[in-house]
Write a protein that binds this ligand. Structure first.
Ligand code: ADP
Length: 304
């Protein structure tokens, strides 16, 4: 009658992998409890997210899965947010991922990974205005993911055990359509030379994950296309990045559509020093932030 699942936060893009790369992070988790009811879809939550099922990622996922798998029963969705919404940590995706996994168990569908990602991806329309699979893939499957679409095909790679991340989440008021705004500033066309630079770095990131080489991953987090176009949306970004690199981070970029900034490092790095340097970077723009030191996470799972 009732199933609970939890799903991790995630970072999308990892610099040059715009709309393609995702990495699940154990920084935050969303918990979703689905209960069978007589009819309809209802949402209960104490968090500041839409209550209407057509505007909430979890509600959209349930509506889609009910229709696709011809489920007659109603569903009550209880959402406990751990992932802060709108900060580039894959918040709406975490709710969607946990919902897809819980629904699969509640109605004994035994779906494969790609199908669960497809179902969870439907929820992203509520937040980003269009479907993107980078955050949901990471949140459903865990680890590092490469998203190919049409047809959807997600490649998952287990990250190296010594990879560490420092995520600075600024205490800013995020605009309601943040993801759409941050997508609107991206160039429609790119130089071939910029595309070559990004492609070489993206390829090196994939090689780093396959070779379990965190230094190769971290030093390849360099994006000459999207980050330069977006960084003005994040006050203090260049100071945060410069400080973190000086403190020993291997690479630094915007997490997803921002405004969080993510630094890549290893277990051996001075993580406390990197965290403080990022806080000081945001302070130059009179912005406070929380810095979370975290690791890659496994994917969404049933907890009850
Ligand atoms: P980010 O990936 O930066 O966290 P999201 O893509 O998650 O940003 O978008 C957050 C937006 O999605 C907010 O405007 C929020 O109101 C909306 N939203 C809808 N459903 C949810 C949900 N279940 N959890 C979080 N945000 C949701």
């Amino acid at each position: 009658m009732q199933v609970t699942a939890r799903a991790p936060s995630s970072t999308a893009n990892l610099g040059p992998g715009f709309d393609v790369f995702g990495l699940a992070l154990d920084a935050f988790f969303d918990e979703i409890t689905l209960t069978k009811t007589r009819a309809g879809i209802t949402i209960i939550t104490e968090d500041n997210i839409p209550l209407s099922p057509s505007k909430n990622t979890a509600g959209l996922v349930v509506a889609y899965m009910k229709k696709r798998f011809k489920v007659k029963s109603g569903v009550q969705i209880k959402i406990r947010k751990g992932v802060p919404a709108g900060y580039g940590m894959g918040s709406s995706a975490a709710s969607a991922a946990a919902t897809a996994v819980a629904f699969d168990r509640l109605f004994r569908l035994y779906l494969d990974g790609n199908t669960l990602v497809e179902c969870a991806g439907v929820g992203e329309r509520a937040s980003a205005g269009s479907i993107h699979y980078d955050n949901v893939s990471a949140s459903v499957l865990g680890g590092f993911v490469i998203v190919r679409t049409k047809p959807l095909d997600v490649i998952r790679i287990t990250p190296p055990a010594d990879l560490r991340l420092c995520v600075a989440v600024p205490k800013l008021k995020v605009p309601p359509k943040k993801t759409e705004v941050s997508r609107s500033v991206i160039p429609k066309q790119v130089n071939l030379s910029d595309s070559v630079k990004n492609l070489s770095n993206a390829a090196a990131i994939v090689a780093g994950f396959l070779k379990k080489d965190s230094t190769m991953i971290g030093t390849s987090i360099q994006d000459v296309i999207v980050e330069p176009a977006r960084q003005h949306l994040i006050p203090g970004f260049s100071a945060v990045k410069k400080n973190a690199l000086r403190a020993g981070a291997l690479g630094v970029t915007i997490s997803g559509a921002g405004p969080s900034v993510i630094a890549f490092a290893t277990k051996k790095s001075d993580l406390a020093k990197i965290a403080t340097s990022m806080k000081n970077g945001f302070a130059t723009a009179k912005t406070d932030c929380d810095v979370i030191v975290c690791k890659p996470s496994s994917g969404a799972r049933i907890t009850k």
